[in-house]
Each structure stands twice: as C-alpha cells, then as structure tokens.
Design a protein around this ligand. Structure first.
Ligand code: SAH
Ligand code: SF4
Ligand code: F3S
Length: 455
C-alpha cells in the first residue's frame, strides 16, 4: 500500500540533495512525497548542526510533530513514523533519543541507503532505531540510481565530508572524512539529470574544490578536469560548484574559469575573517593576503567574476582590530552576496573550549556593522546591472501571473514577463529595474557583446 512521505530539510545544499535522493529511494519502496506533515505516514527531518540555532529548531519541530501524532492517534488511530536524519542525527545519535524518546529512527548522513531496512527494523522493534555509523560501503553506490532532475538547475554531490578541521566547525564530525565520487558515477548521474530536464548543474561538496576522484583512465582527476569533461555534455548550458575552500583554489581551476563558457562567473568562496590571527586560530591555513591573491588570480582569469563569501564574527579572541581587518577586506574586495554569522560554540569542537569567548552584545554589534556593509555591496552590485543585457536561465514561475523568474550568470534572480517563454529557456534579458533582492528585465532578441562588470 502506498504511504505518504514528508521531508523537511534544514541546512546546506547537500542536505537538499540528500533529501531528494532519500525521496527517490523511498519511492521504490512505495512512499509518495507529500507537501505537509499533516498528510504523512513518515516524516523525515533532514537536520543541520552547524550553529546552535539550527540544531535547536529540530527539537521544537519534533515537539510539534509529537503533538500532531497524538492528536491523530486520538482521532482515527492513524500512525506517524518520525525519523531524524542529517547532521544533528549524526552528532547526537543516542542522545537525541534520550532528549526526544518518541522519535522512531535516527539515521546519519552516510547511512541513508539503509533507510528502508531501518524502517522495517523499527516496525519490528520496541524502541528507536539508531544508525550513525560511517559504513564502509558508499551510500552513492547503494541508493536508488537514476535520480531525475528536480528542475532546470539540479544539484549533484560529487564530494562529501571534510578533513580540514576548522576549529569552529562540526562538519568533519557529522559528515566524516573527505570522499570523492568516481568520475564515471558523476557522468552517469549528470547524463540522467540533463536527460530529465536539467540545463544547469551545481556540483556540491563541503570542500568541492578539493575534489580528487578516480577518473575513467585510472588517474585522479581534480575539479578543473571534471568541469572540462562535464562542459562537453550536450544540452548542459551552465555549471556551478559550491562550497569551495580558498586553499584548494589551484591554478588549473582558476584557469578553467577563464576557459569554460559554461562555468558561470560567480563563486562562493568563504573567507570567514580578514584577520590573520583569527584565521590562524580558526585553522583555515591561509592569510588574508593569500585570499586576496586568489581573488586577484580569479579576476585576472575571468574579469567579470562575482564573489560571494561566508563570515564569522566574534570568534574567541577576536579583537576590535581583528574585526576592523575583516571590514577592511570586505571594502577592498567587494562581494556580490554574502552570509555572515555570529560565532556559535559547538560541542566537541576545539574553539568551543577556548577562553576569551566574545560577549553576545559585541557579536551582535559586529554582525550588524558587517551586514550593513555587505548588504550595501550587494545592492550596489545589483544596481550596476541595470541597463546591461545578460543571458538568463528561466527556472520557475514568478509570484505574479504571466511572470517567470530566472538567474543571471551572477546568480541574481531576474523577473521577466512570460509571453511565449517556458521554464528552461535561456534568453537574453535587458535589466530594467533593481529591487531589494531581485532584478526585473525584458527579453531581447539579439545576443549582445559580452559585458564586463565594473571592478
Ligand atoms: N566548507 C565551507 C563551510 C561550510 S559551513 C568552508 O570551509 O568554507 C557554512 C558556513 O557556516 C561556514 O562558512 C561558516 O561561515 C559558518 N559556520 C560554520 N560553523 C560555524 C559556527 N560554529 N558558528 C558560526 N558560523 C559557523
Ligand atoms: Fe567546516 Fe572548515 Fe571543513 Fe568548511 S573546511 S566544512 S568550515 S571544517
Ligand atoms: Fe548543516 Fe550538515 Fe550541511 S551541519 S551545513 S547540514 S553538512
């Protein structure tokens, strides 16, 4: 009998990708995806442990689901199975069951392929089933293959885990050691995604530019080589990759940005801080000047490249001068987009035990100041696009009837009027207006000369 599945996804794009793969695998076992927990027989929370707030959200959602289950049992006796997947599951394991004993199943990010078996085990068992091992087998080999594209732009995880151990970060513990998928697997999945409607692929990994997978020739391929091979796929218009580490931005990859028209001129490159002392304490393994050099090289290879980044303020020991160095770096480089966070001490990470933790009030002040600057830069970047013409890949319907929304090469959302167009079209758009978080434009017939953004 068909069962209803609802998945709620928190955290990064890798979780979004994992949720799709879980849904696809469970579909083979009779689960149909629905839009709300209220209609579901199985709810999976695919969780994130990166900051305290993200992790705590899971417990409030679990409380809500428990009440939903009780109300339903009282009403018509219908059951609801509650599963927690993802990075909170991995980090907390049995502890999660202690805090929320009503949970049925806890499954870590590397054990999703066992979900059907775990559900069967749960049906036979009395208490919760917990699987947070890092199995020797790769989930990618065992999950249901031939995942169809979820849209015009499709995620494809090519690398997982992290060996970098930044002192603030839980990812090496929740996702395990760095692993790259073999090139043939990636090509097969990419073929399937393009065949089912993807025109853009976003290659994913916690350290995607550290990719070093086995090539069909038996040699180790880096990300640049993989991108060159993917760029040959007929029907694939655009390539992106995220998230990158500055240290792994090697010369070949920088060169690829100058060579491959499919590789979009937008790069998310988290710097975290502009202070060398803080970067060292974070174990990032680069200085602020190293980061500047990487940006210079990228801009030399692809002058119009737009940059995005992540920042942490209030890392233990961060002084006013350290923070000023971050502000100076931002002013100097100029970011098209950015994410910034207050440092959140995470259990089991080295930085959480450091003395000289920063007061929350100071963190808030610094965050506000940084975000004001970053938002101003983002607004300026968008405003500078008005009047220019650029290729836009139409991805989804707009909020208003007769409207479609697409993305510029620089990842800006652009609204156009839909007349005669469909989702998946790649069109030339003249940008006519700039709103707070998106642009508006009109489709023009002619391909213009390539545009260069002002530096
Ligand atoms: N692999 C990526 C980052 C993945 S986590 C990289 O190395 O850059 C995404 C972002 O969350 C990080 O870039 C960082 O800015 C933020 N982050 C991670 N741990 C954090 C913590 N303990 N407190 C606040 N922000 C954190
Ligand atoms: Fe976390 Fe650092 Fe690894 Fe990024 S590189 S996932 S911040 S440990
Ligand atoms: Fe969060 Fe795990 Fe991604 S901690 S950011 S969901 S890798």
């Amino acid at each position: 009998m068909a069962k209803n599945l609802f998945i709620k996804t928190y955290g990064c794009q890798m979780n979004v990708y994992d949720s799709d793969r879980m849904a696809h695998s469970l579909a083979a076992h009779g689960y149909r995806l629905v839009d709300a927990a209220e209609d579901a027989d199985l709810v999976v929370l695919n969780t994130c442990h990166i900051r305290e707030k993200a992790a705590e959200k899971v417990y409030s959602e679990l409380g809500r689901l428990r009440r939903l289950r009780e109300a339903r049992r009282a009403r018509d006796g219908r059951e609801l199975t509650l599963a927690v997947a993802g990075c909170v599951a991995q980090a907390e394991g049995e502890l999660l069951v202690e805090r929320a004993p009503f949970v049925d199943l806890v499954v870590g990010p590397q054990a999703y392929h066992r979900l059907p078996e775990l559900l069967a085990r749960r049906a036979r068992a009395d208490g919760a089933v917990v699987d947070t091992e890092f199995p020797v087998e790769s989930k990618f080999d065992l999950l249901e293959p031939d995942q169809p594209a979820q849209g015009v732009s499709a995620f494809l995880t090519i690398q997982e885990g992290c060996d970098k151990f930044c002192t603030f970060c839980v990812v090496p513990y929740t996702r395990g050691a760095e692993q790259s998928r073999p090139v043939v697997d990636i090509l097969r999945e990419a073929d399937g995604l393009v065949a089912s409607g993807a025109r853009e692929l976003v290659l994913l990994g916690q350290n995607v530019n550290a990719y070093h997978g086995e090539g069909p020739d038996g040699r180790i391929w880096g990300l640049a080589r993989l991108l060159r091979r993917l760029a040959e796929l007929p029907g694939l218009e655009r390539l992106r990759y995220t998230t990158s580490h500055p240290v792994d931005m090697d010369a070949d990859l920088v060169r690829a940005h100058g060579e491959l028209p499919q590789l979009m001129p937008f790069l998310h490159l988290p710097v975290q801080s502009g202070s060398d002392a803080v970067l060292a304490a974070m174990n990032r393994n680069y200085s602020a000047d190293d980061f500047r050099r990487v940006v210079d090289d990228l801009r030399a290879a692809r002058p119009d490249i737009a940059l995005s980044s992540d920042f942490i303020v209030g890392f233990p020991g961060e002084t006013d001068a350290d923070f000023a160095a971050t502000m100076a770096l931002v002013r100097e480089i100029g970011f098209a987009q950015a994410f910034s966070f207050k440092y959140s001490p995470r259990p089991g990470t080295p930085a959480s035990g450091l003395r000289r933790q920063i007061a929350d009030r100071v963190k808030s002040d610094r965050l506000r100041e940084l975000q004001e600057l970053l938002e101003r830069q983002a607004a300026e970047f968008n405003a500078a696009s008005v009047g220019s013409t650029m290729p836009v890949l139409l991805e989804r319907p707009g909020r208003h009837p007769g409207q479609l929304v697409g993305r510029s090469p620089y990842l800006q959302a652009i609204h156009v009027s839909a007349g005669g167009l469909t989702i998946g079209d790649l069109v030339q758009v003249r940008v006519t207006a700039c709103h707070s978080h998106s642009l508006a434009g009109m489709v023009v017939p002619e391909a213009p000369e390539p545009r260069e953004l002002p530096a």
